[in-house]
Design a protein around this ligand. Structure first.
Ligand SMILES: NC(=O)c1ccc[n+]([C@@H]2O[C@H](COP(=O)([O-])OP(=O)(O)OC[C@H]3O[C@@H](n4cnc5c(N)ncnc54)[C@H](OP(=O)(O)O)[C@@H]3O)[C@@H](O)[C@H]2O)c1
Length: 337
């Protein structure tokens, strides 16, 4: 019998999550029946949205999330032992999937690993995975950046932001980026950003006054809150905002719900005739593989570079997750088992 290690949500975090909000438990798995497979996690993803899910996941049930896993026992000819998949199995080391769950389009969101050639398999959780597609579709579909325009992106050394920077450069834009440390800023500059500032040592208003005197055409917002409050007055007329995330508010008890003093003030949006659109990347599910194929090609050609911050050990899942709110990661935060 296989016993999976599983991280369950023990209590709802108040403010910043702590290790004590989670508990590591054993779970006995059923044997593989006809058509079933047993998969073993190789890489797990920690993502900011999981903070939101800590408000929804029933207590004492597994934390949700994606992983790259390897089929280690199979009674299903479509998934022989040794094949890899990306699946939404949650924070767990082993999972048995039934034949029904393995069907395309099931709630388990199981897909074969894209053909990454010699690239690390973990990329399918990052640059050639959900965060990559978030950057790709969010920027291109919502901001529609034109060559010569100025694009602003925050959390630019992160999984999504680092790809936004590079796609904007590929489209011929002038990129202003921000990140929370000198090291991160140096890396984002290497990625091709024209200007990078550390928002912890320079105010957003000051930076944009200096770097975008003619205004920002496209703002890819990962951070929200004070950053947006200061950035939005620097938008050009008819500027476009892709509202991707608001990580600066995720630990707030008001859940970041817009208040009267929200950065997205109606008068500002009206007077500048801004187009502000929130999105969830799954809206482009039907074009998912188009995005991944393009991202993979750019990575293979060296046009898109990536970094990963890998935390060793399944036991350290909560620490890796919490680290996202301290800026511990450069590039995609991954846990390797
Ligand atoms: N809409 C969608 O479908 C979708 C999909 C994926 C991700 N997202 C959102 O995109 C954003 C980035 O996600 P990611 O996966 O790429 O994460 P990430 O940027 O790799 O990691 C989070 C980064 O956010 C920054 N950060 C943390 N707390 C902050 C705060 N209080 N103020 C400002 N910056 C803070 C830190 O970088 P610094 O050191 O630079 O501060 C940290 O490294 C998140 O808001 C996430 O929720 C949305």
């Amino acid at each position: 019998m296989v016993v999976a290690k599983v991280w369950v949500l023990k209590r709802r975090p108040v403010g910043e999550p702590t290790v004590e909000d989670f508990q590591l438990v054993d779970e006995e798995l059923p044997p593989c029946g006809d058509g079933d497979v047993l998969v073993t996690a190789v890489y797990l993803s920690v993502d900011p949205y999981m903070r939101y899910r800590t408000r929804q996941v029933p207590l004492n049930t597994p934390m949700v999330g994606s992983q790259v896993s390897r089929v280690t026992e199979s009674k299903n000819t479509k998934w022989p032992v040794g094949t890899y998949m990306v699946c939404y199995a949650g924070w767990r080391t082993h999972t048995v999937y039934t034949a029904k769950q393995l069907q395309e389009g099931s709630a388990e969101m199981i897909s074969p690993l894209p053909d990454l050639q010699d690239l690390p398999k973990s990329l399918s959780l990052g640059a050639v995975g959900m965060p990559g597609n978030t950057a790709y579709f969010g920027l291109l579909e919502l901001c529609k950046p034109q060559a010569g325009e100025t694009v602003l992106v925050n959390a630019a050394a992160g999984a999504v932001g680092s790809i936004v920077v590079q796609i904007a450069k590929l489209k011929g834009c002038r990129v202003i980026a921000s990140a929370g440390s000198q090291d991160k800023c140096a890396w984002v500059k290497q990625l091709g950003a024209d200007h990078v500032f550390n928002y912890k040592t320079k105010s957003v208003s000051e930076a944009l006054k200096e770097l975008a005197p003619e205004g920002v055409h496209c703002y890819f917002d990962n951070v929200g809150g004070q950053f947006s409050l200061e950035a939005l007055p620097h938008m050009t007329d008819f500027g476009r905002v892709a509202l991707c995330g608001a990580i600066s508010t995720y630990n707030h008890e008001d859940k970041g719900i817009l208040k009267a003093d929200s950065p997205y003030s109606p008068m500002l949006m009206i007077s500048k005739q801004l187009r502000v659109e929130g999105f969830i990347v799954l809206r482009w599910q039907s074009r998912w593989m188009d995005g991944l194929n393009q991202l993979k090609q750019w990575v293979v050609e060296g046009k898109v570079k990536y970094r990963e911050t890998v935390t060793e050990g399944f036991n350290n899942m909560p620490q890796a997750f919490i680290g996202l709110f301290h800026g511990d990661n450069i590039g995609k935060a991954i846990v390797s088992v």
